[in-house]
Structures are given as structure tokens and as C-alpha cells.
Write a protein that binds this ligand. Sequence first.
Ligand code: SME
Length: 156
Amino acid sequence: MSEQLVIQGETKQERYEALLPQIKSVVEDEPDLIANMANVAAMLHVTFRFWWTGFYRVQGEELVLGPFQGPMACTRIKKGRGVCGTAWAKAETQVVPDVDQFPGHIACSSASRSEIVVPIFRAGEVVAVLDIDSAELDTFDETDRHYLEQIIKMLS
Ligand code: SME
């Protein structure tokens, strides 16, 4: 496996376009989900310098913290709770421009201002979520949703 290239690009669309083939090459020959989650979290985090980038895995009735980059985080989240538990319960991506306006948002870090959570499916069931936090308001939009959903499909 080669070293991660430094991703450059004027726009985030350009950076996602450059990142997609790198992520594909890293995950396509590796069947272990945890190993792939670890590398995907690292590659997204290094490219975009998010505040927190990581995964929670479904374990029974809870999400349990998985591979991540950034400060320490809450370890367990119940179904339907917070942004992550909502993405799991609704089985759809949540884009949150201002976490203070999201009822029930779980503040693992008071620095987090906006957030996106993308569910990961296997056999039609949510098995995990990708959670990304930004220290700035309104970081995530339809471009992030589009590309992150593509990245997540590589893990499914
Ligand atoms: N804010 C999330 C909890 C996880 S941390 O952001 C890492 C939520 O409301 O589900």
C-alpha cells in the first residue's frame, strides 16, 4: 500500500474527487471493516482537517464508538438519540448546519458546531454510521452528503 498523497484542490468537490480513488485503492482488497474504517477516518480527517472524524458501530440497541481521529468521544449512543442515533433510526444521512438547533444533539465536545452523519448499510440494515464534526457552523452541504455516501458504499 502506498503512502497517502497530499490532496490538493480549490474546492471541496475537487478534493473529494481526488480522494475517492485513493480510498477505493485502500479498501478494495481489505475485507476487514474496522481496518477500513480506520483508514477512511484518517484520510478524510487529514484531507479536510475536520474537528472529529469517525465511526460508531451498531451493537444490539446501541451505537458503540469505533475507529476515529480527533479528541476522545462518547462511547455509547442509544438508537434515536442525538444526530448519530437519529441517522441510525431513520436510516438516512443527517446534515446539521448548527448542532445547537438539533433537538437532542449529544455534545461529546463543546467545540463541535456543525455535523454530518451518514449511515452504512449491509443487507439493507444500518450496521454503522460515519460521523464528522466541524468546529465551524454550516460546514456540510449536499456536496459532502454526495461524496461521503459514495465513500461509505465502498465499506458496505
Ligand atoms: N454529536 C453526536 C455524538 C457523537 S460525537 O459528535 C463524536 C450526536 O449527537 O450523535
